[in-house]
Design a protein around this ligand. Structure first.
Ligand code: ATP
Ligand code: XMP
Ligand code: GLN
Ligand code: MG
Length: 536
């Protein structure tokens, strides 16, 4: 089966555990060059494709540490260009017997690199920095640096404290830089990565969603064969909707989408998603009302992790029952005209994949996501994951090309456990109803103020406390709503959003007036970290 790296020129990024490794991947893709991240410990013999170039990432390790990770030395004889970034530079130096040592002053922040126009060999300007000027502002984050340049390499850039801030091999296309071109604080970083992937590696810049769609539809058809059928859980969120639309384009009605009403959806959500998929997108969707089952299992549960697990497990139970129903119905059809359901569609995105392939292993569990790790071991269905190589912004671009309406493509993410993780305390139908109303007003006002697309995610949270208030000269003793809005690139970190005060005033006034049971509204001004986006 042709994979993406067989169809597009691919840059291989070896991850040594830097927090920015995924950004290198993104930068390449923004240049329309496909890039894949793999653990630095990957063996070349196991590699299923030949990359056009290799980038070595940064790392929290020092190359001379006993347990420092090192790349397969085969990369240096593969005959493709190599770029080492920070630790990656030090790794190249280590391999070629130069010296890396702790520096007197660790450099963290902006620095100026002086670019050497000519190397000692009298060759012309080095290809990496061509056209980028004589000096460049860059962002540094290191405590080690080269103290001795390896034989056969020459200096192509220095800073006031790092004499070997950038080096190049005398005859091979191997480069190392001490700074981080992948972060936005290095203003010419994108151009520099472009020099490497486009000019030095000569990758074709054809990684676009236009190219991807056609190839992916062919691939899905090939995987499913003439008759194979697929079911998939669809929430109305961007990822599952785009995946569903893609499946529909590929195999039409052999794809069955199921949306589960778990009783903790937003106001009118099930109806809206139903209309949108069936009517607007032509995708065959069944909404299953399982709210009674979910709410009865959640009764009296306060612990956040317990709520998440109950919801995750119940999703699977409902899903299995529905799959069996579809199977049963199809068995009654003439000659099994439509074939068995063999596949389960998942909207897995690249960040989930990256997390699970990190060579350090997945990070500490902060929260159990409802759809991760919940799959059954003896599951008969095979997984199909068309978005597994894509970042969220790529999924959004894909959605636009598939003519999914803009408001849907720009939708804020909504977690599978839904309002259950926004009700602090036990979940009851009454509490859900209060929160649905407050959430509805909040989002409606954000849209009216034209702020929806400036905010990455906004939510209302129902607090398990009561406060005293006064309404119509009477004392009230009611619950409190917290509002949260954040901006974020990837939800790994997030900033709270600074609303114009008059918008908050209007929202607060509408919520306390229109939602009975609420007499107070607060605004959450915590960033992530130390807080998280959701409260539970
Ligand atoms: N109510 C639901 N019914 C059916 N499937 C669901 C439901 N909620 C979540 N899922 C499944 O869980 C997956 C993960 O949810 P997640 O919220 O991460 O993605 P999404 O809803 O597709 O997109 P977004 O992140 O934009 O909300 C979904 O892709 C979908 O397959
Ligand atoms: O589908 C989901 N199932 C979950 O169990 C889940 N928990 C958190 N989230 C979403 O993940 C992003 C980061 O949230 P946190 O900072 O709270 O971890 C935010 O966008 C959250 O809404 C979830 N999405
Ligand atoms: N950002 C990095 O890659 C740092 C590399 C190495 N740990 C150093 O401190 O120099
Ligand atoms: Mg969602």
């Amino acid at each position: 089966m042709a994979e993406i790296h067989d169809q597009f020129d691919t840059i291989l990024i070896l991850d040594f555990g830097s927090q920015y490794s995924h950004l290198i991947t993104r930068r390449c893709r923004e240049l329309n060059v496909y890039a894949e991240l793999m653990p630095c410990t990957s063996k070349l013999a196991d590699l299923k494709f030949k990359p056009k170039g290799i980038i070595l990432s940064g790392s929290p390790y020092s190359v001379y540490d006993d347990d420092a990770p090192h790349a397969d030395p085969g990369i240096y004889t593969l005959g493709v260009p190599i770029l080492g970034i920070c630790y990656g530079l030090q790794e190249i130096c280590w391999n070629y017997k130069g010296h890396v040592a702790k520096c007197d002053h660790r450099e963290y922040g902006l620095a100026e690199v002086q670019i050497s126009r000519f190397n000692e060999l009298g060759n012309s300007v080095d290809a990496l920095f061509e056209g980028l000027g004589d000096q460049m502002q860059v962002w540094m984050s290191h405590g080690d640096q080269l103290s001795l340049i390896p034989p056969d390499f020459h200096v192509i850039g220095r800073t006031s404290t790092a004499p070997y801030a950038a080096i190049a091999h005398n005859s091979k296309p191997f480069y190392g830089i001490q700074f981080h071109p992948e972060v936005t604080h290095s203003p010419q970083g994108r151009q520099l990565i472009g020099r490497f992937v486009l000019n030095i590696c000569q990758c074709q810049a054809n990684w676009t969603m236009e190219e991807f769609i056609g190839k992916e539809i062919d691939r899905i058809r090939e995987i499913c064969g003439e008759k194979g059928r697929v079911i998939g859980a669809v929430s109305g969120g961007v990822d599952s909707t785009v995946a569903a639309k893609l499946m529909h384009e590929a195999i039409g009605d052999r794809f069955h989408a199921i949306m589960v009403d778990n009783g903790v959806l937003r106001l009118n959500e099930a109806q809206q998603v139903n209309d949108m998929l069936n009517k607007d997108l032509g995708v065959n969707l069944t909404v299953v009302d399982a709210s009674e089952l979910f709410l009865s299992r959640l009764a009296g549960v306060e612990d956040p992790e317990q709520k998440r697990k109950i919801i995750g497990n119940t999703f699977i139970n409902v899903f299995e029952t529905e799959a069996a129903k579809i199977e049963e119905a199809s068995e009654k059809e003439e000659n099994g005209a439509k074939g068995k359901i063999e596949w389960l569609l998942q909207g897995t995105l690249y960040p989930d994949v990256i997390e699970s392939i990190s060579f350090k292993g997945p990070s500490a569990t902060i929260k159990t996501h409802h759809n991760v790790g919940g799959l059954l071991k003896d599951m008969k269905l095979k997984l199909i994951e068309p978005l597994r190589e894509l970042f969220k912004d790529e999924v959004r671009a894909l959605g636009r090309l598939l003519s999914i309406p803009a408001p849907l493509v720009q939708r804020h993410p909504f977690p599978g456990p839904g309002l259950a993780i926004r009700i602090l305390g036990p979940v009851t139908r009454e509490q859900v109803k209060i929160l649905q109303q407050a959430d509805h007003i909040y989002i409606e006002e954000i849209r009216k103020a034209n702020l929806y697309n400036q905010i990455s995610q906004a939510m209302a949270i129902l607090l398990p406390v009561k406060a005293v208030g006064v309404m119509g000269d009477k004392r009230t003793y009611e619950q409190v709503i917290a509002l949260r809005a954040v901006t974020s690139e990837d939800f790994m970190t997030a900033d709270w959003y600074a609303f114009p005060p008059e918008i908050l005033r209007r929202i607060s006034s509408r919520i306390t007036n229109e939602v009975s049971g609420i007499n107070r509204v607060t605004y959450d001004i915590s960033s992530k970290p130390p807080a998280t986006v959701e409260w539970l």
